[in-house]
Design a protein around this ligand. Structure first.
Ligand SMILES: CC(C)(COP(=O)(O)OP(=O)(O)OC[C@H]1O[C@@H](n2cnc3c(N)ncnc32)[C@H](O)[C@@H]1OP(=O)(O)O)[C@@H](O)C(=O)NCCC(=O)NCCS
Length: 184
């Protein structure tokens, strides 16, 4: 069975809802910032066509049933501040991987910690997953601290696992099991 998209997931400051095509202009300042995309596997958006190409890639991922792309809306300002992805869903093993991106204006305010707790609770609850995974480049300190803060365990270094922008790079593999997760 494919992953079922919730209408929305709420946390105190955020609304986490499925991506819509109309969200693309508001995502331009997020994915159009070199500082934000520094550790991401896709190039910084420069034009609306880059946004559209990303959207089409996400659509094909979702069509396979193994991925859900969300956007993060800061409720107080009704502003779109980032994205959250659940992907590489393996139905038999009841596991999936997390990806997350926050626009620079939102950094350091605990927003992604809050978003991850809300999504993890949903993934281990309603979705009945038993393991979540994430991969992070060692130099991405903000991301490794974020994962450890919400309870992920460092499981090892995957050497030269990926090539992006012509360069091979290592990633740290993180994992979180349902029985070890503690909500805040
Ligand atoms: C990684 C990212 C999502 C963190 O989001 P955030 O909302 O700023 O993180 P939070 O405020 O919830 O903080 C989480 C932890 O990271 C730490 N942190 C946040 N930004 C940091 C930075 N620039 N340097 C070091 N630590 C940082 C926080 O101090 C906190 O750790 P602590 O509890 O030990 O103090 C955000 O920096 C981002 O979107 N980066 C660009 C995209 C990206 O790299 N995505 C991940 C790809 S694997």
């Amino acid at each position: 069975m494919p992953l079922a998209a919730p209408a929305a997931i709420e946390s105190p400051r955020l609304l986490i809802r499925p991506l819509a095509h109309d969200d693309l202009p508001a995502l331009m300042p997020v994915n159009g910032d070199d500082e934000v995309t520094r550790f991401l596997p896709y190039a910084t958006w420069r034009t609306p066509a880059d946004a559209e190409a990303w959207y089409q890639r996400i659509q094909s991922l979702q069509a396979g049933g193994g991925a859900l792309q969300f956007v993060l809306v800061e409720k107080a300002a009704a502003r779109l501040v980032g994205t959250l992805l659940l992907f590489r869903h393996d139905e038999n093993s009841r596991r999936a991987e997390l990806g997350y991106v926050l626009g620079r204006a939102g950094w350091g305010r605990g927003l992604m910690t809050e978003a991850l707790h809300a999504l993890i609770a949903h993934a281990f609850g309603v979705m009945d997953l038993r393991r979540l995974e994430a991969e992070v480049q060692p130099a991405n300190v903000a991301s490794t601290r974020l994962l450890e803060r919400v309870g992920f365990v460092r499981e090892g270094l995957l050497r030269q696992r990926w090539v992006a922008r012509g360069q091979p790079y290592d990633v740290i593999a993180f994992g979180l099991l349902r029985h070890e997760y503690r909500s805040p």
